[in-house]
Design a protein around this ligand. Structure first.
Ligand code: URA
Length: 264
């Protein structure tokens, strides 16, 4: 069953509907329709299965290797996916079923970054497919976007932390070159950080989310905004309204730095 935007907002627990006072008349969808259809990026596991790792990407050691060995700045998508699938840069590799690279439009407007795969994501090889993912999908739908359409979704770490614990700073640091390369390849128009781990990974900031919300940060010239993690929102329902404010702020920030193309 597909829900309309109003139903999505109700699903998010937001009612009455909040609207932008300064909403421009031209929706971004108009500009987006003329973009080429994005090529989906295969999962890390699918790529690894289809194409064996080239010699330089095969990790022979049974022990995790040093993060200092990661040099991914020149990799294209298939090579990056292969390297992530075989990564042993930190101990999270030891208990994962598979590494989870990310999913979505590879020429996105929005890049959403979460914390790390949970059990469902570890099993499926796709980020945000569990309960938190359902809420994230509702949040995206409230913005009239969807996974794979103007949005790419990734995580601060690619491998499931055991017991769904928060990733350690060293694990996020080990995984950062992959995320940094993804950002460089994706060139999103805005990055939305979901929760404290994503903030730590990208902005290297450990302040409270409350103090970071509603502000525009920057990564490599790309605007970055902060909001609550969907799993937190599932436990703290009243904060869904704040998350909706944050999404509107993200959309406003995106629109401020983009000139919509008119259809004539
Ligand atoms: N939580 C996250 O941060 N990422 C996922 O992929 C799933 C749940």
């Amino acid at each position: 069953m597909s829900l309309n935007r109003e139903q999505m907002l109700v699903e998010m627990g937001i009612s009455p509907i909040w609207v932008l006072r300064d909403a421009p008349a031209v929706e971004f969808d108009v500009a987006h329709q003329i973009q080429e259809a994005a090529q989906p990026v295969p999962s890390a596991a699918a790529v690894a299965e289809a194409a064996p790792l080239p010699v330089q990407h095969v990790y022979q050691k049974s022990e995790p290797s040093s993060p200092a060995t990661l040099d991914v700045g020149a990799l294209d998508w298939p090579a990056l996916a292969r390297q992530v699938a075989g990564c042993r840069a930190c101990s999270l590799c030891e208990q994962r079923k598979q590494a989870v690279l990310g999913v979505g439009d590879t020429s996105p407007d929005y890049l959403f970054i979460g914390e790390g795969p949970g059990a469902d994501e570890d099993a499926k090889g796709e980020p945000f497919v569990g309960q938190a993912g359902k809420l994230l999908d509702s949040m995206l739908a409230a913005l009239d976007i969807a996974r794979g359409n103007r949005v790419y979704i990734a995580n601060a770490v690619k491998c499931r932390p055991p017991g769904n614990r928060t990733p350690e700073p060293a694990e996020m640091a080990a995984c950062w070159p992959y995320l940094e390369r993804q950002i460089a390849l994706l060139k999103p128009k805005i990055i939305v950080l979901l929760g404290k781990a994503a903030v730590h990974a990208v902005l290297h900031d450990d302040k409270s989310l409350a103090s970071l919300r509603g502000r525009r940060f920057d990564h490599a010239g790309i605007p970055v905004v902060v909001t609550y993690h969907p799993a937190y929102l599932l436990r703290n329902l009243p904060d869904k309204a704040k998350a909706w404010e944050d999404l509107l702020f993200a959309r406003r920030t995106l629109r401020e730095q983009t000139t919509p193309e008119l259809p004539f």
